[in-house]
Design a protein around this ligand. Structure first.
Ligand SMILES: Cc1cc2nc3c(=O)[nH]c(=O)nc-3n(C[C@H](O)[C@H](O)[C@H](O)COP(=O)(O)O)c2cc1C
Length: 316
C-alpha cells in the first residue's frame, strides 16, 4: 500500500502537490480536475465567517464538495477568534475533514478589518483562535499565512504561536501584505518556517512548472507544494506534467472535460464562468481567434468552436 507523504494530525495525506485555494477559480469542477492529477488536499475558496453566521446565500455553493473529495479543507476568515469559532461550529454538519484559517488575504476589504493577513498583526487573536478551535472542534485546524507586513515580517512568530496553540499544519505564501503578488516569493522563508516547526509546512508561491515543484521541495524541505495561478488553464502541472507532454487530443479533451463539468455543476452560468479559465487554456491563441469563442453561451457550440481551432494548431 502507498505510504502517506505526511499527516495532518491523524489524517494521512497522499502526495506532495496541492491545488491552492483560489476564490473564483478553485471551485468543485476545477478541484475535480486537480484531483484527477493528484492534488493531495482539497481547499474551498475562502469564506467569511460572518457570512456563514448570517447564512449568506453563496455559502452552500462555496463550501460544497463532491462526495468523494477528501481530505476536504474548508477555509474561513475573520478578525475575531469568537466569530471563527462560531462559524466553525456551524459548518461542522457539512463534514469538513480540516478547517483552515486564512491569514494571508491581502485585499484591503479583508486585511483592512484585521482579517486575512490582518490576523498576523494580532498574535493574541491568532493564539486564541487556534486554542479555542482546536479545543472545541473534532477536526484539525490549520492556517495559511504570508510573510507578514512590510517591516513586520513575523511569520516565524505567528508560526510558533499557531503551533503552540494547536495548529496541525501551516501553509505559507512568502510575500508581505504590501507585496500582494509582486516581487519574488521568498523560498528562504519557507525553509526557515519548516525548520522552526514540527508540524507539516506547505510551501507556496511562484510555481510555474513541474521542475519548480521539485525545486521548492528540495530547496525548502517543505512537506508539500501548493500551486495556484499556474494551475489556471494548466491543471496538469499538479500532476507534474508540462503542457508539452500532452497530445493535442489530450489537451482538447481536458478543456472539454472542464467545460462540461462547469456546465453540469453551475447550470446555465457554467459556460460564462468557464470563460476566465478558457482564456488561460487558450492563451497562446490570438485575441482575434479567441474573441468570438468567448461570446458563446452554450456548451455544445463552445466545444465545436474550440475544436475548430484545429488540433494541429494547438500550441503544445
Ligand atoms: C484569483 C486568486 C484567488 C485566491 N483566493 C485565495 C483564497 O480564497 N484563499 C487563500 O488562502 N488564498 C487565495 N489566493 C492565494 C493563493 O492560494 C496563493 O497563495 C497565491 O496565488 C500564490 O501562489 P501562486 O504563485 O502559485 O499563484 C488566491 C490567489 C488568486 C490568484
Amino acid at each position: 500500500m502507498r505510504e502517506p507523504t505526511f499527516f495532518v494530525d491523524q489524517i494521512p495525506i497522499y502526495g506532495d502537490v496541492i491545488l491552492a485555494p483560489m476564490a473564483g477559480y478553485a471551485d468543485v469542477p476545477m478541484r475535480a480536475l486537480a484531483r484527477s492529477f493528484g492534488s493531495a488536499m482539497q481547499y474551498t475558496e475562502f469564506v467569511a465567517a460572518e457570512e456563514i453566521l448570517t447564512e449568506h446565500r453563496n455559502i452552500p455553493r462555496l463550501l460544497d464538495f463532491k462526495a468523494d473529495e477528501h481530505p476536504r479543507v474548508m477555509q474561513i476568515f475573520s478578525n475575531s477568534a469568537e466569530t471563527l469559532l462560531a462559524a466553525a461550529h456551524k459548518i461542522l454538519p457539512l463534514a469538513p475533514d480540516i478547517i483552515d484559517i486564512n491569514m494571508g488575504c491581502s485585499t484591503k476589504r479583508v486585511s483592512g478589518r484585521g482579517a486575512g493577513v490582518g490576523m498576523m498583526k494580532q498574535p493574541c487573536e491568532v493564539a486564541k483562535t487556534f486554542e479555542r478551535l482546536t479545543k472545541e472542534l473534532p477536526v484539525p485546524i490549520t492556517g495559511k499565512i504570508r510573510l507578514g507586513w512590510d517591516g513586520a515580517e513575523n511569520f516565524l512568530e505567528i508560526g510558533r504561536i499557531a503551533q503552540e496553540s494547536g495548529a496541525a499544519l501551516l501553509a505559507i505564501h512568502p510575500r508581505t501584505k504590501e507585496q500582494k503578488y509582486s516581487g519574488r516569493a521568498n523560498w528562504d522563508a519557507i525553509a526557515a518556517l519548516k525548520q522552526s516547526l514540527s508540524i507539516p509546512v506547505i510551501g507556496n508561491g511562484d510555481i510555474a512548472t513541474p521542475d519548480d515543484i521539485d525545486a521548492m521541495l528540495d530547496y525548502t524541505q517543505c512537506d508539500a507544494v501548493m500551486v495556484g495561478r499556474a494551475a489556471i488553464g494548466n491543471p496538469w502541472v499538479i500532476g507534474r506534467k508540462n503542457r508539452a507532454d500532452l497530445s493535442p487530443e489530450q489537451y482538447f479533451e481536458l478543456i472539454k472535460l472542464h467545460a462540461t463539468e462547469m456546465d453540469a455543476y453551475h447550470g446555465e452560468r457554467g459556460v460564462i464562468l468557464f470563460r476566465k479559465h478558457l482564456k488561460r487554456y487558450l492563451r497562446e491563441f490570438s485575441a482575434e481567434q479567441i474573441r468570438p469563442i468567448l461570446q458563446i453561451t452554450e456548451l455544445e457550440p463552445l466545444l465545436d468552436a474550440i475544436k475548430s481551432l484545429q488540433p494541429h494548431a494547438y500550441p503544445v
